[in-house]
Design a protein around this ligand. Structure first.
Ligand code: UFG
Length: 330
């Protein structure tokens, strides 16, 4: 397959590009480097420095060679920022995606893999979360992803595109050789912040909320390895051969892990102390989110290789110990 990877220089996109190449597929990366990193793109992937909202650039890419399938990772992903700057999120995550879909359809490409999120569920009525549960996002970020899911359904019906929307839980970890990994600016995610605090290059980790209705009173999340997420994107290819296929999958390990358990794992793996401060709840954080990913297992044969928090943190540590300040390209 020749795959156009929008956002292929970002955290999840860059891991997926690696796996595509390793599996013998061809990768064409589209990234405007608003958040992506050039060093995360392998030399054997063709790179276009352009925005997904740039219809002319998209036309050139689609004209320059047969693209079989589009993967779309190029989204803004800060839940908190989406609350304070919603238009930024709607313009990029929704309008930008529609521009990409429009270009794709104009050039006869009809297979699409979309990065969606567990944030589309909002505060779930029950746990673990299954795909058929109601979706009621509690922030604009989740809403933008749900808007695109709905547009995709309509396009599958009207124009027979086939798509898979993967609802990621908490993406974490790094490539097994530690050569690429997580580097957000600003960083808001628990594992890199905890590791940075342990290394003494970030301030003490704030634990957001110690009064949740969970066993240790901190939030429960489902941390899923970035390479496991990537493997699902390739495992779905066969299913997309059917015109009009409209597929939704949760991608998580199903293991709920608390903030305190993540900190313990970081201390165990790094053999360093994580300095912490107790802080109030962060706005918009649901108490618990974890997946039932049986559908992906059943239909795609997808089974995460990383099934618990320690090996995920170990892989993150390989990256952060090698590159404590990330790609250093800002
Ligand atoms: N947390 C802290 N301190 C920090 C950072 C995070 O205690 O400094 C806690 C959060 O409160 C949360 C957990 O650690 O309970 C995980 O937080 P992250 O910021 O790492 O991840 P989120 O669960 O907020 O976000 C993830 C994805 C989003 C997605 C969201 C859905 O990164 O893209 O899940 O809830 F939308």
């Amino acid at each position: 397959m020749k795959v156009l990877v929008a956002g292929g220089a970002g955290y999840i996109g860059s891991h997926c590009v690696r796996q595509l190449l390793a599996a013998g597929h061809e990768s064409v990366v589209l990234d405007n480097f608003a958040y992506g990193h050039r060093a995360a793109v392998p030399a054997d992937a063709k790179l276009h420095d352009a925005s997904l909202a740039d219809a002319a650039a998209l036309d050139c890419i689609f004209k320059s060679g047969r693209i079989d399938l589009v993967m779309h990772f190029a989204a803004f992903c800060y839940v908190g920022e989406s609350v304070t700057a919603p238009l930024k999120y709607y313009l990029n995550n929704v309008t930008g995606t529609y521009t990409l879909l429009d270009a794709m359809l104009r050039h006869g490409v009809k297979k699409f893999v979309f990065s969606s999120t567990c944030a589309t569920y909002g505060v779930p009525a029950s746990l673990p979360i299954v795909e058929g549960m109601p979706q009621a996002p509690i922030n604009p970020y989740g809403q933008t992803k749900l808007d695109v899911e709905n547009a995709l359904k309509a396009l599958a019906h009207a124009q027979s595109i086939s798509f898979a929307a993967f609802r990621y839980f908490n993406a974490a970890g790094a490539a097994e050789d530690g050569s690429i990994g997580e580097d957000h600016d600003p960083e808001t995610h628990l594992i890199p912040l905890a590791i940075g605090a342990a290394q003494g290059i970030r301030p003490a980790l704030q634990i957001f909320g110690t009064d949740y209705p969970t066993p240790d009173k901190t939030c429960l999340r489902d941390y899923v390895h970035v390479d496991d997420l990537s493997r699902a994107h390739i495992a779905v290819f066969d299913k997309l051969a059917k015109p009009g296929a409209a597929l939704f999958y949760n991608l998580g390990t199903g293991a709920p892990t608390s903030v305190l358990e993540v900190i313990q794992a970081v201390e165990m793996v790094t053999q360093l102390k994580v300095p912490v401060k107790y802080a109030p709840r962060r706005e918009g954080d649901p108490p618990a989110l974890y997946a039932n990913a049986a559908k992906a297992q059943r239909e795609l044969g997808w089974k995460p290789k990383f099934r618990s928090i320690e090996p995920i943190v170990e892989s993150a540590w390989r990256w952060h110990s090698r590159k404590p300040r990330g790609y250093e390209d800002r």
